[in-house]
Design a protein around this ligand. Structure first.
Ligand code: SF4
Ligand code: SF4
Length: 724
């Protein structure tokens, strides 16, 4: 496509007063020969938009450069349709709101940003969407419990075909095993019937839902929009094509055999919450398991395993409400029965505070205590020894009929490390080069970004809902399933239009490989955080564009630099680096280049501007999709050009990560260690290139981070490569 650039410089929001806008326009028209360069008092106002539209129609401009506010704002104003490329020069948040007005260095900064953006546009091309073949908008839901049935109904009611697969012979999951459930509706005080039949009926009555019970997934191949799922059923294998998958396989109770210190396995009347449900369903009331006599004194032990570094370090979230419910079983059958709940903290969040109060009103006694042991007393009854944390003294509850352990939950995706790989539970059996199941975090939850993208897993188009995603109660599971169903719908709809899902929602670009120069090094297949790249038998990468989240990690990884996007590539960013004007050493104007991740670091930099926080005039900022896309050649280019230091601003990584592409900032850190070796060899201080983790809320720390880095660079003195 032949490009015709139009540069539009806004004078609003203080830009016109702080900068010499005419000089800026000259950079575009004289240095970069932009054919159309205009200034405007308020570019986002109707007259500004009209000015641009006239040039699109009359002048044939098809690449619009907006020099004004951050690309994070007013993007809807500056959207001129899919045929028009738009690039932004951030003069407002990153220049005039952080730098002194009418100042030589502020002007130099603005002119550099103009040069950098225009240099980038040289290689910029209009992305052409990838549209797969035989795309499906059907949604597969795996797991027919409360979350799975809810997700299936929500997706079907929104007009999508749904395939629901349940490994048991009937739908219902945990609901089939319980006597009653905690209330799911106001006033949140009464026990509720699980109502399994009505829920299953709603599924069976819905013509858009096809159900396979007693079925498991034999294999899942393909990609969003084109998953081919082979299902093992009683009648043989069937294959269904679906566009997205909701995993709602729930959780299982934490292994009570590990709770011997609380008497489990030692005393028949120490049971788990799940066993109490079975008992009440079988007997119609709470009885002592050992004698089947009606229980009149029952103790519940909360956090039995949960919030315990020796067992489950996390809160299992649902057990407090479950114990309150089971305490009410006892009170319902005998209001005079003595019921005690030993707890660390009662976590009956949200509306369940009413349920907690109801139990207190019914006479359930809540004791904040550390339970130390369970012992057998007279007549085979049990004694609970605890430290009462309110009274600061030991307490003893004896003659207890039944002790119920709230033993928490582990996700169904948790790998049992005691089992060999071939005996591990397999759910999706993915045909991905990167492994057959969803990658999980340290506790086994298949999370991808718990802060920004709930429901996401690290496999695009596969969403987790309910307690497989994180511990949660039934009320939360219903909401969660609805959210995951909506995400699955968003995925199939975006995929059908060739667009990325979050976080780069709507991006039409995808990585393209110049295969003739590929050395089959496998770096891209190994480093892609989302398993988007398979490989053939000769180790050639086989990209799956609809699995791709457009992070650019493969682009950063490729040593041959043969992976690029139409609107983001190694040469594009390289041109930006090369466009920065580096003053001579005697001018004493150092230059520091910042590669800032667009997910948190760029918003934090913008917020620093919005809050008018001043930071160093020596910096030049280049936004990157993710630090994982950092190609080391950019750092080499910067250092050999005489730039004095390079700072990488990215997200926190590790298990409590915040990196939006999972591994990007971690991989950048690994690559950085290699740069340090190179710098050492060149006789340049390795600390001239550094990485800092920032979150969006660290905006107020940005000036300090930059100042400290610049102080260090000034101690080293100018980069000796200046002028070469
Ligand atoms: S690394 Fe990122 S950009 Fe590359 S294929 Fe994987 S998801 Fe797509
Ligand atoms: S990283 Fe580059 S050279 Fe290596 S396999 Fe991937 S495309 Fe080929």
């Amino acid at each position: 496509m032949a490009k015709k650039v139009g540069v539009y410089i806004c004078k609003g929001c203080g830009i016109g007063e702080a900068l010499d806008v005419d000089a800026l326009a000259k950079v575009a028209s004289k240095e970069y020969k932009a054919p159309v360069v205009k200034t405007c008092d308020v570019l986002c106002a109707p007259e500004g938009i009209e000015l641009i539209k006239q040039d699109l129609a009359g002048e044939g401009v098809n690449l619009v450069v907006i020099a004004g506010c951050s690309a994070r704002v007013n993007y809807d104003h500056f959207d001129f349709g899919p045929e028009i490329l738009v690039e932004r020069v951030n003069l407002r948040e990153q220049v005039v709101w952080t730098q002194p007005p009418d100042d030589e260095d502020t002007q130099m900064m603005a002119e550099d940003y103009m040069r950098m953006t225009l240099a980038k546009t040289k290689n910029l091309e209009l992305p052409e969407p990838f549209i797969g073949e035989n795309l499906s908008k059907a949604i597969l839901v795996v797991g027919g419990g409360l979350a799975g049935m809810t997700a299936a109904l929500e997706a079907a009611n929104a007009g999508h075909q749904v395939i629901l697969v349940e490994k048991e012979s009937a739908l219902g999951g945990w609901l089939n095993k319980v006597y009653k459930i905690a209330p799911l509706a106001a006033p949140f005080t009464e026990l509720q019937d699980p109502d399994v039949e009505a829920r299953v009926q709603a599924i069976n009555d819905n013509p858009r839902i096809k159900v396979y019970t007693g079925a498991t997934i034999a294999s899942t191949a393909g990609a969003p929009g084109m998953f081919d799922v082979t299902i093992n059923t009683a009648g043989g294998e069937v294959t269904e094509r679906v566009g997205a998958i909701v995993l709602a396989t729930g959780a299982r109770p934490y292994d009570p055999e590990k709770l011997g210190h609380l008497g489990y396995g030692q005393f028949a009347d120490v049971i788990t919450q799940a066993q109490l449900e079975e008992l009440v369903k079988a007997e119609g009331k709470v009885v002592r398991p050992s004698s089947k006599e009606e229980a009149v004194k029952v103790a519940f032990i909360q956090c039995a395993g949960s919030r315990d570094p020796e067992h489950l370090p996390y809160c299992s979230a649902a057990c407090c409400v479950e114990s309150i419910k089971q305490a009410l079983y006892v009170k319902e059958q005998n209001p005079e029965a003595a019921v005690y709940v030993f707890y660390k903290d009662i976590r009956s969040s949200g509306q369940y505070e009413h349920f907690y109060k109801q139990a207190q009103m019914q006479g359930v006694v809540f004791v904040k205590a550390d339970v130390e042991s369970i012992e057998e007393g007279e007549g085979g009854k049990l004694a609970v020894n605890a430290q009462d944390l309110m009274m600061g003294a030991p307490t003893l509850l004896d003659e207890v009929d039944v002790v119920v352990l709230a033993n928490g939950m582990v996700p169904s995706t948790l790998v049992d490390e005691n089992l060999p790989p071939e005996e591990q539970t397999r759910i999706l059996n993915l045909k991905y080069r990167q492994g057959p199941e969803l990658p999980t975090l340290k506790y086994g939850f298949p999370d991808s970004h718990f802060i920004c993208f709930p429901y996401e897993t690290r496999r695009t188009g596969i969403y987790a809902a309910g307690s497989v995603r994180r511990p949660m109660d039934m009320l939360q599971a219903v909401e969660d399933a609805t959210g995951a169903a909506l995400k699955a719908i968003q995925c199939v709809e975006m995929t059908a239009r060739g667009m990325a899902v979050h976080p780069r929602s709507g991006d039409l670009s995808f990585p393209e490989f110049m295969m003739s120069r590929c050395t089959q090094c496998k770096r891209c297949t190994e480093e892609c955080p989302f398993g988007a790249i398979n490989e053939d038998e000769k180790a050639n990468p086989l990209p799956n564009p609809t699995r791709c989240r457009r992070c650019g990690t493969c682009m950063g990884a490729c040593p041959e630099r043969i992976i690029s996007f139409k609107n983001y590539s190694v040469p594009m960013i390289g041109n930006m680096v090369k466009a920065i004007e580096v003053p001579e050493e005697d001018e004493e104007k150092p230059r520091v280049l910042i590669f800032a991740c667009e997910n948190d670091a760029i918003p934090a930099l913008d917020m620093a501007g919005i809050n008018r926080l001043n930071y160093s005039k020596w910096v030049r900022i280049i936004p990157v999709r993710c630090l994982g896309s950092l190609n080391l050649v950019w750092v080499n280019d910067a250092m050999s050009k005489g730039i004095d230091g390079v700072l990488l601003l990215g997200c926190k990584h590790g298990d409590d990560y915040q990196c939006h592409f999972m591994k990007g900032s971690e991989l950048a850190g690994i690559r950085l260690s290699k740069v340090s070796e190179t710098l050492d060899r060149l006789g340049l201080e390795s600390e001239r290139v550094q990485m800092e983790e920032v979150s969006i809320m660290d905006y107020d720390k940005i000036p300090g981070i930059i100042e400290r880095f610049i102080e260090k660079i000034e101690e080293f003195g100018p980069n000796p490569m200046k002028g070469f």
